[in-house]
Write a protein that binds this ligand. Structure first.
Ligand code: G4P
Length: 190
């Protein structure tokens, strides 16, 4: 997506060879007009796939996912990160490791907000190791629903997440694919 890539080049900062700082327009201050365009782009890519719900993981995935759900005119479900296990049958849960942040959490989805006939589109801001997206997909499939696609705003293609999701057979659509962040230089894959 030209608009996003251009903005990453203008306002993004490679703070080291692993981490891209985008907090002036994606995840601290949010450029709502850019988010609106991001939502339109995901919606147009997945529009003919009969999506019934959009899902994301709190918190930075919410802005692009909300714009996408608005465009597709379907509900948005936000998967929660709980610190502890919930010991009752009302929720699906799976443990997720964040290698970037060196934390673990229990990704949680209420059974009220997923049905076996759902066609789900997962949206997230970053794809690094693919743990959050694959954890979300696991919960959706446990409910008997289908993961129709995974939309990613910024994919760090030099990390293992994309290959992991491809190998699991998911249809992944990333708006900006970053080849490398070496020596402060941001390079895209295409
Ligand atoms: P994975 O889901 O692909 O396995 O990735 P991982 O856990 O390793 O990292 C995901 C978390 O780290 C996300 O935040 C994501 O926004 C953040 N992250 C990963 N790479 C970058 C990066 O290069 N730049 C920035 N700014 N953030 C990055 P989170 O834990 O979900 O927290 P939240 O911000 O959504 O609340």
């Amino acid at each position: 997506m030209y608009l996003l890539k251009n903005r990453i080049l203008t306002d993004g900062k490679a703070i080291n060879s692993e981490i891209l700082k985008v907090d002036s327009f994606i995840n601290h201050q949010i450029d709502s007009n850019l988010m609106k365009e991001i939502g339109k782009e995901f919606a147009s890519h997945f529009r003919d796939k009969n999506i019934s719900r959009v899902m994301t993981i709190e918190s930075s995935g919410i802005a692009p996912a909300l714009m996408t759900s608005l465009e597709l005119n379907v509900p948005l479900v936000v998967l929660k990160k709980q610190t502890s296990k919930i010991l009752n049958d009302d929720f699906y849960q799976t443990n997720v490791i964040s290698f970037t942040k060196n934390t673990t959490y229990n990704l949680t989805l209420s059974k009220k907000y997923i049905k076996p006939d759902d066609h789900v589109l997962i949206i997230d801001d970053f794809l690094a190791n693919g743990e959050a997206a694959s954890g979300a997909a696991k919960l959706i499939e446990e409910a008997g629903a289908k993961v129709i696609g995974i939309g990613i705003v910024i994919e760090k293609s030099f990390q293992p997440g994309r290959e992991k999701l491809d190998n699991l057979g998911f249809d992944v659509y990333s708006l900006a694919r970053i080849k490398s962040l070496s020596e402060g230089k941001i390079e895209f894959l295409d």
